[in-house]
Design a protein around this ligand. Structure first.
Ligand SMILES: Cc1ncc(COP(=O)(O)O)c(C=O)c1O
Length: 472
């Protein structure tokens, strides 16, 4: 009871405001010691990041007490919004009941209930859940399973995974190997024998005279040709985000995902849907693969929205069919040597169960389906500004892209567009995520219509300011 009482006090505000240390101290320590994800070496030790102090609903507060709309939903993950006392209590209850048990040799209630729930919510026969610590380790697990599966089936050469330019699959060695971001390849060693990249599927890149349907056929043919060129006996899997998220909310042409899945079926290539961003409501469904794109993958990876960012947790869902095939070939000592100290962590699983319960009780998926057409309408309005080249979105994912000078390399042009917009938005009370010449946003799913207006009014204003500054 004492724990609950304390949490209640915090949720009401008394412990959530000012920092315990001065902002200068925290910033100093952060600059000096925290090597942040994707740290820019040129500003190492001097990044002077804004300090987030507390949050409520869709709003985050900084060290000066300013209230900012959380445009990117943390990092595509704060689905149910911040400051949920019921979530805090579910977490605290599990901490007091059982903070940890070894997943190697014991079962636990939260992980068993959550595995069953994910099996129920996911499509087809995806009834086995390998719990991980986040999205990268879920992708790692999926790729390792492809290797394991084909070794067991006696075809050790069938290992290569086909991925796509601009895809992001994570930051472990293996998931980074599957990632199609140009810069990664130049700065890290990638095991190229494990992966093959297909060209960008963004329909905006097609020649002006080409229809989207033809573009789709071409992109699907890219996959089939790659399988044939590499040899179907060497290609073990295809990994794809239904919508590329950090690649810039790239929405593939209509029918693309399903047609790729059919190609994979034809050549006995396993289809991994990386739903680390799209699962848990981002597109208005638990999982987007079947509900939005008509595909039942062989494996689905998920994380982020699974706990709405309250605690780290990921999962790789694997089909019964694959595990049965493996079991049929099993020798006495065969094991899938994959898993982590924190696989199925009871507290993280309790958070995920509470998160799913909140989704169900509050009709969050229905809310996203209802509100997303308006979200899209507001995104599309941004295109009227001359410095905007493209604005697009689906569900509660959106992207605004600076106008580019046609033929030249996109990475070298208008690099600053994202940063200009980000700076102006932050001054006006909105966090966006700058990505070179783009800004992406994916607000908490509980965002309401007036808050969508508030968000896009700021964005429009910021774009006008930047337009006045750099000319448009
Ligand atoms: C599609 C996708 N897959 C995998 C990952 C990696 O997830 P994590 O950062 O939780 O390891 C991300 C992270 O943004 C992602 O967007």
């Amino acid at each position: 009871m004492q724990v609950k009482g304390q949490l209640r006090e915090r949720a009401n505000g008394s412990g959530s405001g000012p920092l315990t240390n001065s902002a200068a101290t925290i910033r100093g320590y952060d600059n000096r010691h925290f090597l942040h994800p994707w740290e820019m070496m040129s500003s190492l030790g001097a990044a002077n990041r804004t300090i987030s102090t507390h949050a409520e609903g869709i709003y985050v507060y900084d060290e000066t007490g300013r209230r900012l709309i959380d445009g990117p939903g943390g990092m595509w993950c704060t689905q149910i919004g911040y400051g949920r006392r019921d979530m805090a209590e579910a977490i605290a209850d599990q901490v007091m009941k059982l903070a940890y048990h070894s997943p190697w040799n014991t079962a636990g209630e939260p992980s068993a209930l959550l595995a069953r729930k994910l099996a129920e919510l996911s499509p087809g026969d995806l009834n086995h859940v390998s719990f991980t610590t986040g999205g990268s380790t879920a992708v790692d697990t999926a790729v390792r399973f492809i290797h394991f599966y084909n070794n067991v089936l006696g075809r050790p050469e069938k290992k290569r995974v086909i991925s796509r330019e601009k895809a992001y699959h994570g930051s472990t060695y293996l998931s980074a190997t599957m990632t199609g971001k140009e810069r990664l390849e130049t700065r890290f060693d990638i095991e190229k024998r494990l992966v093959h990249f297909l060209p960008n599927v963004n329909p905006n890149l097609r020649p002006q005279t080409m229809s989207e349907a033809d573009w789709c056929r071409e992109k699907v043919a890219d996959l089939e040709n790659a399988i044939l060129e590499l040899g179907p006996n060497t290609v073990g899997g295809f990994i794809a985000e239904p919508i590329m998220a950090s690649g810039g909310v790239i929405i593939p042409p209509e029918g693309y995902f399903k047609a790729c899945w059919e190609v994979c079926r034809k050549y006995d290539v396993l289809f991994i849907a990386d739903e680390v961003v799209t699962a848990f409501g981002r597109l208005g469904h638990w999982f987007a693969s079947e509900s939005v794109f008509g595909v039942v993958p062989d494996m689905i990876t998920c994380a982020k929205g699974l706990t709405s960012g309250y605690l780290p947790l990921g999962a790789c869902l694997i089909s019964d069919r694959l595990l049965e095939e493996v079991r049929a070939k099993s020798s006495a000592d065969l094991m899938f040597n994959n898993g982590y100290t924190y696989s199925g962590h009871p507290v993280c699983c309790a958070a995920a169960l509470k998160n799913i319960e909140i989704f169900e009780q509050e009709g969050i998926l229905e809310h996203v389906r209802e509100i997303s057409p308006y979200f899209l309408e507001r995104i599309l309005r941004l295109e009227s500004n001359p410095i905007v080249g493209d604005a697009r979105g689906m569900g509660l994912m959106g992207c605004v892209e600076g106008r580019l000078d046609g033929e030249a390399d996109r990475l070298t042009l208008d690099r600053e567009f994202g940063h200009h917009i980000d700076r102006e938005c932050e001054a006006l009370g909105l966090i966006v995520r700058p990505l070179v010449h783009m800004c992406v946003f994916s607000p908490p799913l509980v965002i309401r219509r007036p808050q969508i207006d508030e968000m896009f009014d700021i964005l429009e204003h910021a774009i006008q300011r930047v337009s006045a500054e750099i000319g448009g």
